[in-house]
Design a binder for this molecule. Structure first.
Ligand SMILES: *[C@@H]1O[C@H](CO)[C@@H](O)[C@H](O)[C@H]1NC(C)=O
Ligand SMILES: *[C@@H]1O[C@H](CO)[C@@H](O)[C@H](O)[C@H]1NC(C)=O
Ligand SMILES: *[C@@H]1O[C@H](CO)[C@@H](O)[C@H](O)[C@H]1NC(C)=O
Length: 247
């Protein structure tokens, strides 16, 4: 079997121009980590419970925990602005979602909105419920399928914040284990929530997810500044998608 990764730009390069970016900060607060984790668990529970329009219930969807190991690799990638809006590579052993938001105003980071942007691909006509049993490749919905991939029970994210002279930009990189988006595999097993949790109990807070989730408590804070500027290709891309194809 061969694992190949392909990424797609969902929107168009803004002329492909080089722009100088100044790094304002990198990293997350524990409150932001918790929001990223909670938003994933809340949205997973929404699908697993059958409360998401047109999505069948999930019998085996795991709750997620924060992984400091995945955060370390996600943050290294988020901090690497020469390449941040491409994926960090194939065969790394984790799934990866990227998001960017920008504003001409100096704006606060809203991590939940980045996760929501991935999740909202569920509403696309290209996403078909038959793919839940038998995952098929598509360029438009791969963030959603990774967010709700049943076996992914570990999440770690990184964040970087830049100013390019015109726009304040927040980047989020989230990485997942078990890795999702395998062609031909099930996104999740359909059925009564928590009926296929294996040795795990049903979660008491997210009552349609399997297993417990632990509160985030790393004590680590964002770092201010960094190299004074980067020359990078300026994207208006909102999201980039990685689909892992298993042959
Ligand atoms: C289902 O959706 C309704 C309406 O949005 C909401 O009030 C309710 O809390 C949701 N229940 C679950 C289990 O997500
Ligand atoms: C950053 O990007 C460069 C250029 O693609 C790459 O060679 C390097 O390994 C990356 N560094 C990290 C920490 O990912
Ligand atoms: C989350 O971490 C706790 C503590 O390590 C562990 O007991 C639990 O099984 C994990 N939950 C999931 C869903 O993997």
């Amino acid at each position: 079997m061969k694992l190949t990764s392909i990424f797609y730009l969902l929107l168009i390069l803004l002329g492909g121009a080089l722009a100088d970016k100044t790094l304002i900060s990198t990293g997350l607060t524990d409150a932001q980590r918790q929001i990223l984790l909670d938003t994933h668990n809340k949205l997973r529970n929404q699908v697993a419970s059958g409360n998401q329009s047109s999505q069948p219930q999930a019998a085996n969807m795991m709750a997620m925990n924060w992984s400091t190991a995945l955060e370390a690799t996600a943050q290294a990638w988020a901090s690497n602005m020469s390449t941040v809006m491409t994926h960090s590579g194939s065969d790394k052993g984790y799934g990866e979602n990227l998001a960017e938001s920008g504003s001409s105003d100096k704006n606060d980071y809203d991590p939940a909105s980045h996760v929501q942007m991935w999740f909202d691909e569920v509403k696309l006509a290209s996403w078909q419920t038959s793919y839940i049993n038998n995952y098929q490749f598509g360029s438009s919905y791969g963030h959603y399928s990774q967010v709700v991939w049943a076996k992914s029970n570990s999440l770690g994210c990184g964040h970087s914040y830049f100013f390019d002279g015109s726009y304040y930009q927040h980047y989020t990189v989230c990485q997942y284990q078990a890795q999702g988006n395998y062609l031909g595999q099930a996104v999740y097993v359909q059925g009564t929530p928590c009926s296929q949790c294996g040795s795990q109990q049903c979660n008491t807070q997210y009552t349609s997810l399997c297993g417990t989730t632990t509160a985030v408590n790393t004590g680590n804070s964002p770092s201010q500044g960094g190299p004074s500027s980067y020359s990078v290709i300026q994207f208006i891309t909102m999201t980039i998608l990685l689909i892992n194809l298993l042959y």
